[in-house]
Write a protein that binds this ligand. Structure first.
Ligand SMILES: [Zn+2]
Length: 164
């Protein structure tokens, strides 16, 4: 564990200046998190905002069919936003092909997602959702690539891609 952490720091420290640039917008977002209550919408309000498919994913913790999302093959530079409230969640340079059939990322934008453990498949899994509107995005696993070792397995229907 210590070895993993020090290796991670070894990688992270030299690129700290790059990270500072990437994470700069997060400070703005962090302050806008106080408007979280604005996103405490009723079921009907969500239904009028979202397609039935996105409602099922975001508000009922559904899972889309593997390989069904065009975003699975999205390779352009840009930002993946929450389809519920438009909060930026993932940067395209953290996206990779996990082979699972769902858009996968090895890191999220700092502070953009929160996690909880669910037992839907009996075996506990770590669910994650948008930190602003609470919309379900996917599950995060520990079999992703370095430097984080994480795999954010995301539903394409829960995302909106904004190319650069
Ligand atoms: Zn959201």
């Amino acid at each position: 564990m210590n070895q993993f952490l020090s290796r991670r720091n070894f990688i992270l420290i030299p690129i700290m200046s790059i990270l500072k640039i990437i994470f700069k917008p997060v400070q703005v977002l962090a302050s806008s998190l106080s408007s979280k209550e604005e996103w405490n919408l009723s079921k009907d309000e969500w239904k009028s905002r979202l397609s039935p498919e996105s409602y099922y994913i975001l508000r009922e913790e559904g899972t889309e069919r593997a390989f069904s999302s065009q975003l699975n093959n999205e390779k352009r530079k840009g930002v993946f936003h929450c389809a519920g409230c438009d909060l930026p969640l993932f940067l395209s340079d953290k996206k990779y092909d996990s082979g699972t059939g769902w858009p996968s990322f090895w890191d999220s934008i700092q502070g953009s997602v929160e996690t909880k453990v669910d037992f839907k498949l009996i075996v506990p899994r770590t669910e994650y959702h948008c930190s602003r509107c609470g919309g379900h995005q996917g599950h995060v696993f520990n079999d992703g690539p370095l430097p984080t070792g994480k795999r954010y397995c995301n539903n394409g229907l829960a995302l909106r891609f904004v190319p650069e």
